[in-house]
Design a protein around this ligand. Structure first.
Ligand code: ZN
Length: 123
């Protein structure tokens, strides 16, 4: 699903996207002329390899996500904002979902079999 940035307004615009077994839904609301805030939730499940034994494990998701979308280069100076710059004035929810999933996958993760093992190794 793609939404043209110019369609965003002060009323929250609902969106939905899905990829494999994940589902992303929420609202986008315009904050300034070229800055919008996205509030969404990712649910479903992903298959993710254990960092210790590399076994693929199904992990269920329920992630609340908030970030800002900038139409073009973000020129604000608020370093605390988590801003995603979008291309061509189109918000591509499928792309955003994919990159969020990549982020989740890059987190440390270990399967049930390995839980606790990492602690033994570290101490
Ligand atoms: Zn494991």
């Amino acid at each position: 699903m793609k939404i043209a940035f110019k369609k965003l307004g002060s009323q929250p615009l609902h969106f939905e996207a899905n990829s494999d077994n994940t589902f992303f839904s929420g609202d986008i609301i315009l904050k300034k002329s070229n800055l919008a805030q996205l509030n969404g939730t990712i649910t479903g499940s992903i298959s993710i390899p254990c960092d210790l034994c590399a076994e693929e494990v199904e992990r269920s998701l329920n992630e609340e996500i908030t970030f800002y979308l900038s139409d073009g280069i973000f020129e604000g100076n608020d370093d605390e904002l988590d801003v995603v710059e979008i291309d061509n004035s189109m918000v591509d929810l499928d792309e955003l979902l994919k990159s969020e999933i990549e982020l989740i996958k890059s987190d440390y993760f270990c399967c049930k079999n390995c839980e606790g093992t990492s602690l033994d190794r570290e101490f």
